[in-house]
Design a protein. Sequence first.
Length: 326
Amino acid sequence: MRDPFPLPAPAALKRLVEPFSSYFSLTTLPLHIHELLFATLLYTFIQLYVSPLISPIIFPKTYPKLNKRTKLNWDVHVVSIIQSVLISALSFWVMAEDQERKTMPWLERVHGYTPAVGMVAAFGCGYFLWDLMITTWNVSIFGVGMWAHAFSALTVFSLGFRPFLYYYCPTFLLYELSSPFLNIHWFLDKLDMTGSLPQFINGFALLGTFAGCRLIWGTYSSIWVFTDVYRAWRQGMITPELWARDAGMNPEMEAILRSQTGLGNKADEVMIYAAGRDVPTWLALSYLASNITLNTLNWYWFAKMIATVRKRFDPPFGTRKPDEKE
């Protein structure tokens, strides 16, 4: 599937980033660097201008009275809720419409590339780059933990530009389906709606989407990632014969493939950057370790989330004490 972004990467920008992408083996980054920077600038513009302009109009009794620290948090939550809706919609759309992605066998799921998935990866990295900048400049507010999360997320998703596990990029970005409800929960607290019916309904939606997209869908997808990465690591360097066997080619097609440079005609689209690639041990271990860490954190956060939501409500469903003020 073609890249749906309306503009190609400017030649000057591609040349500027090529030394960096070559040094770190991020082969497809020059093709999508403009989308990554566009996303970063978009979220920065929303935080610095859109939220401060719109929020006091929509919430005139709340936003102007917030202190500087809480206003920054508010603006960051506005960015988060917009980003989570945007990236979830893009991920769903690409998963539904990208026919090349739908038919990828395991080797293509590890090393394959489609321009549309590259755009989704760029928008995801653009958000994580913005997040890293915000937490770096305001580490005293957001803490080292949030900074480390932003740095790790940017690093892991940037590995996709090798390309590596592009197939799973929209899969794991669907984690963001729970983020709108998490942000709404925060906003309701600031609007003095703690313990209200809207927060009660939103709490169920938050826990349901978090469990569904992060715990169930995320764990299921991680099993497939572990399987694909292990097979690719065991197979070693990609050869035309290996790719032909994985793609299920008949002998005639395989003969044509062997006679051509690289990996063949179909590879010109999906496996164009895969010739001679392998999955080094450091890459497999670092990616899988990050995946396991994130899944473990998701289970931990889910338990904390249940406790946090229940704290807003009275027994028997909640745990709020009579003298407790939210």
